[in-house]
Structure formats: C-alpha cells, structure tokens
Design a protein around this ligand. Structure first.
Ligand code: AMP
Length: 219
C-alpha cells in the first residue's frame, strides 16, 4: 500500500507523514530529507543539490527520478510507504507511473493538501527544523526549548535557508507553475482525496486514518 502526499511547502505533508508512518509502520520517503542528508554528508548529489535547494528551485527531474527509482526497489517498502515531496513535476509523475507499473505496490491513494498562500508564508516563516531528526516545529512551540522534544538533541533547531521569506515566495510560485499541474495529471484517479490543510493537525490525521483504513479493507 502507498500514499502520495501532495501539496505546497508548508501544507503539513511532512507532519502528517510522520504520524501515519508511526501508526502503520509505513516507510516515510521525503525527497527533501534525502537531499538534505546528502548535503549534510557532502556527497556528489549533495554538492549538486545544495545551491538549487537554497535558492528554492527544483532539483532536475533526472536526478530526482534516479533517487526514487533506487529507493522504491528497497524490499521493506512492500509493507507500505508514503511519498512526501515526490512527484513535483508532470515528468516525475509519468516516471512514477512507469515504476508503479513495474513494481506493483497494490492499492494506494493521493492526498492533496490545500492551504491558502498567506497561511503557507506565515507557517514557513515560523517553522524550524531539528538538524538531527529532521522533525519540523513551529517556532511558537519550541521558542524556549533547548532540546528537541522528539529526539532530545541539544541546540539543534535551525531555520532552513529555503524558509526565508523571499525564497518561500519563489518556492510557492514554482509550486503553482510547475507542481500544481500534477494534480490535473491525476484528476481522473478515483483515489484522489482533497485534504483541507487549514484544519487542526489531529482533524487532518483522522481524515487520513479513515482513508488508510478504507484502503486496507481493499488490500
Ligand atoms: P521539501 O523538504 O520537500 O520542501 O524539499 C526541499 C527542496 O528539495 C525543494 O525546494 C527542492 O529544491 C528539493 N526537492 C525535494 N523534492 C523534490 C522533487 N521531487 N523534485 C525536485 N526538487 C525536489
């Protein structure tokens, strides 16, 4: 079983992906996290991706498709996985279709998170990440903390360079111009669910749990 979480940066995909993967044991595949890890380690991929990511652009399709192809061949994904941040272009969606055709992952759904632009800018400008576990928090929540509430790392919070307001605006424009057409590509798919990402985290989670339960009953 698989879930594809689709939505603008800041729409809540990563937060929900972590909750769902904890509950169902699905592997959480965040292409952003994979790239950030490569940047941290200074691998050839990381060196290529670093500047592109900091400026809020998209990493080229051939690189991203290569990463996903390798990842999807891992055997533990047979128990279920969540794609967070992929596909982000129509070419990536087409490549993913081909891979799904070859690999046969069973039932799945696409969850489209919807949040308006001003709320996204607000959320992204306030968000902080933990360097160690990659969890994302609102600055309002961790303001007085020195330890990450998830992994316990000390002084590990940072603002991602691409969460700077001018870069956020660019990322949102790229989302509208390049990524949003992917929804149109999937529009005839029966298992496309629209998620109102403005609601509280727990309400969004329970809607997603219902979708997963329904998928499980069919698998
Ligand atoms: P995210 O953490 O998903 O917001 O991703 C952070 C950054 O990584 C993006 O702004 C892009 O530069 C890059 N990135 C992540 N996923 C993709 C993808 N599927 N295609 C192209 N670039 C990506």
């Amino acid at each position: 079983m698989y879930l594809i979480l689709f939505g603008a940066p800041g729409a809540g995909k990563g937060t929900q992906a972590k909750i769902i993967s904890q509950k169902y044991g699905f592997e959480h595949i965040s292409t952003g996290d994979i790239l950030r890890e490569s940047v941290k380690k200074g691998t050839p991929l990381g060196k290529k991706a670093h500047e592109i990511m900091s400026s809020g652009q998209l990493v080229p399709d051939d690189i991203m498709i290569g990463i996903i192809k390798e990842k999807l061949s891992e055997p533990q994904l047979r128990d279920g996985f969540i794609l967070d941040g992929f596909p982000r272009t129509v070419s990536q969606a087409e490549a993913l279709d081909r891979l799904f055709g070859e690999l046969q992952f069973g039932v799945g759904a696409i969850l489209v998170f919807q949040v308006d632009e001003e709320e996204l800018v607000n959320r992204l400008a306030r968000r902080r990440a933990c360097r160690e576990c990659n969890n994302i928090f609102s600055n309002d929540v961790i303001n007085n903390l020195t330890e990450c509430p998830v992994c316990g790392a000390k002084y590990s919070f940072y603002q991602r360079p691409d969460d700077d307001e001018s870069v956020i605006r660019r990322r949102l424009k790229i989302f509208i111009d390049t990524t949003l057409p992917v929804v149109n590509y999937y529009k005839d798919l029966k298992d496309l669910h629209r998620i109102n990402g403005l609601r509280p985290i727990e309400e969004v989670t329970s809607q997603i749990f219902e979708i997963v339960e329904e998928l499980k009953s069919r698998s």
